[in-house]
Design a protein around this ligand. Structure first.
Ligand code: 6GU
Length: 285
């Protein structure tokens, strides 16, 4: 059943103000780091670190590969705020809790959200270690009744029926593709549709075939709720999936998806992903 939790506008505001009184940095960019991709936050200079347990109303990261702190700092001279560890629906958190930080970022003055995740490759052309820029998503939990915007609408954040056909900013995608080719990454950079399944079990063979038939290129257990809430409050979004494994698409396969493989691949590509995000940040605004 759906865990329920709702926050008032004042709740988000109090958390934002709590942070604003504790750092002088005023980030325009927020980054949410996926499984094993928290190393991004280590690149920040002039850091101010807030463990999630110290921040009013923040949840805890309970998954290996997600360390659980909010890091303010500068990348390429630009002030950023970075979630080292995100919250997932499968951990038992209501989607309002999963997406709580996004509205806080908006109130901090953030204009751009960068989301990263580890995902399974549904597209047979994808290789393990590929980086996929997200051009669209399939919100499977959303379609079946688990949308973070469910319930009364807070007009101070956005409209009742927000548009999602432009969720992933085309201008940012163009800059990212240019960055990737300049870095010589074009051989392993793709773009595609990210599909969110609630998890925590991985998909069956039949489910993988279903998601592929629906147009999914990669499947994971995160990101989409944060993107929906970000678009609702007007943030522009850029998303990256690291293809950490290929999903099992046929009954003869001996492959078994597991979290260790996911973390191992993200370790292998973490540095490339970090250089990509850094150069990308240097080019925006
Ligand atoms: Cl194969 N499925 C899901 N749902 N999430 C994943 C994954 C697969 N690989 C990494 N994350």
């Amino acid at each position: 059943s759906a865990p329920e939790c709702s926050y008032t506008f004042e709740d988000y505001k109090e958390t934002a103000d709590w942070l604003l009184t504790r750092t002088d940095l005023r980030p325009k960019v927020a980054i949410i780091c996926g499984s094993g991709l928290g190393g991004l936050a280590d690149l920040l200079g002039d850091k101010a670190i807030f463990p999630y347990q110290d921040i009013p109303r923040f949840s805890q990261s309970t998954v290996p590969g997600h360390s659980g702190q909010l890091v303010f700092g500068k990348i390429e001279g630009k002030p950023c705020v970075c979630m080292q560890g995100r919250f997932h629906f499968y951990e038992g958190y209501a989607l309002t809790k999963v997406t709580f930080p996004v509205r806080v970022f908006h109130l901090l003055g953030v204009k751009t959200l960068i989301v990263t995740n580890a995902a399974g490759g549904l597209n047979p052309d994808f290789q393990v270690g590929d980086i996929m820029f997200i051009k669209d998503h399939l919100n499977i939990p959303g379609i079946t009744g688990q949308n973070p915007l469910f319930g009364p609408n807070e007009e101070r954040f956005g409209v009742r029926f927000p548009c999602m056909s432009d969720a992933y900013d085309k201008g940012l995608l163009r800059i990212a593709n240019k960055t990737a080719s300049e870095l010589g990454f074009s051989d392993f950079v793709r773009s595609g549709v990210y599909c969110m399944a609630a998890g925590p079990s991985y998909e069956t063979v039949a489910e993988c075939r279903l998601l592929r038939t629906l147009g999914g290129d990669a499947v994971g257990m995160s990101t989409v709720p944060e993107v929906v809430v970000a678009r609702h409050c007007g943030l522009q979004v850029f998303g990256i999936s690291l293809i950490t494994n290929k999903v099992v698409m046929d009954y003869d396969s001996q492959e078994k998806t597991n979290h260790e493989e996911v973390l191992q691949t993200s370790k292998m590509r973490a540095k490339d992903l970090q250089s990509l995000v850094c150069s990308f940040l240097g080019k925006i605004e």
